[in-house]
Write a protein that binds this ligand. Sequence first.
Ligand code: FES
Ligand SMILES: [Fe+2]
Length: 417
Amino acid sequence: MVTTTDSDLMTRVEGEAPLGRLMRDNYWVPFALSTNLVAGDPPAAVRLFGDNFVAFRAPDGRIGLLDENCPHRRASLLLARIEGDALRCIYHGWKIDVEGRVVEAPTQVTRHDQFCAGVKVGYHPVHEEAGIAWVWLGGGDGPPPFPDLPFNDEHGLEMVMTISAVPANWLQGLEGGMDSVHAPILHRSVIEATLAMKGDTDTMGVRATFAAPPRYETEQTPFGLRQASLRPTEDGRTYVRMAHYFFPFVILVPNGYGSAVHAFCFAPIDDRHHLVFFGNYGTTPLSLREVSGALEGELPDPRNFAAFEGDRGDRWGQDRELMNAGHWSGFGRSAIAEDTAVQVSMGPVVDRTKENLSSSDVAIAQTRRLILDTLTGYAQGQTPPGSAQTTERVRVPQPFDAVLDAEASWRELRPAG
Ligand code: FES
Ligand SMILES: [Fe+2]
């Protein structure tokens, strides 16, 4: 049973809210697609945990992520000129380079270089991995090593990645990612379209997914949670789909199409908005068209994948004619457009005390329990799961699906290779 206080603890991320502080101090945070940041482009607006930043790419490929307001007298650096590997504020011409150093301050006439060296700039290290730019907001002497995630470039897999901004609290997005029971319902038309494109509608995984809602079991791990969704097969065995939740932002879900895995990351913009990164990776990942489930017509832009507009007055953009023509949800652009619409329709921060959880919502309950327990432990000095350490690199193994014999336990399963 979630209380109002629990709900606040799990959803509030701005300022000194305990969860936002925990996230900023312990994890690399995804904030942009790499392709969104192009050398020479104007500074990009970034907002995380209710704070504003600007990002830009230098000609040599490095990304600078700075607090938005100029360290001189606080004009927005979104207005800045781009000068090679630096931004120059248009107000009085201070120049700040890609690593956060003030290299020119024309308003300072005496002891210029010493003055510049003494100005503290809000600068935050960036790491690119899997087509995503991640920022370290945790301060410290230097950023800890980036975790070993199964989609990292070092594993040599292909990745198709998208980004969308969603006007709803981050936990609504995360819970959607943990809740695989909705997939064959809400995303029925998308899945059918993807299967038609793949020409492979009769795999064990696909049949089991459509046949019955799963039973969930979870297990805590050093990186967060392993979540097994278990469905009976026609021959009396069990189809298990193992998803990995890398606390607190990343969910990896095998999708039943060969080796391809769906990857989701949910980053808080502020209390009422989040970013969702949705992609697919593997030796042969789904194409952008297959990921979207858009059978024909223009492909959604990966840099604004949900392209969400609308509000209650227009049913959040739902197309009733499309529904009359046979589409399940009336959101034909992609599965993420469907997720976005239902999550936004709950209101920006859903009141969880008014829910009625059912048996297959156990993964949701477990996720909330993990967040609350982690907050309690952190307040008592414990290290949160998957926390980036300077000494040891966090590792998240590849998730997978499998068919289990009657007497076998999913807990013993490990991915091949
Ligand atoms: S406010 Fe930016 S240089 Fe003065
Ligand atoms: Fe979904």
